[in-house]
Design a protein. Structure first.
Length: 103
């Protein structure tokens, strides 16, 4: 777990690497993002991450599953904020994974 990582309650992280963040968001920033329907930097509530690399400043919403349940070995989904190599999901730097997403 990297510097300035924010992990919400109920999140489960297994066999993964979190790079952290370059900066903290203030409580006011986080409230403003929530009011806009956006996602703050970090890992949202009740999110499950397994065998993944989460790069810096990633915004992962609530109830997200990054578990590669279909055992995909290779996938190029950079426009969606991630890719899969050798079965390991990598969420790219500054990516936004919306709440409820399943990867």
């Amino acid at each position: 777990v990297g510097l300035r990582s924010c992990i919400a309650e109920g999140a489960v992280i297994e066999d993964s690497l979190l790079m952290g963040a370059d900066y903290y968001e203030t409580d006011a920033d986080r409230e403003l993002l929530a009011a806009k329907g956006s996602v703050p930097i970090g890992i949202g509530k009740n999110t499950h991450i397994k065998r993944a690399i989460i790069d810096k400043n990633a915004r992962i919403g609530d109830n997200v599953k990054i578990i590669n349940s279909d055992n995909v070995l290779e996938a190029a989904r950079e426009t969606e904020g991630y890719f899969i190599k050798s079965g390991i999901v990598t969420v790219i730097k500054d990516a936004l994974i919306p709440s409820g997403s399943i990867i």
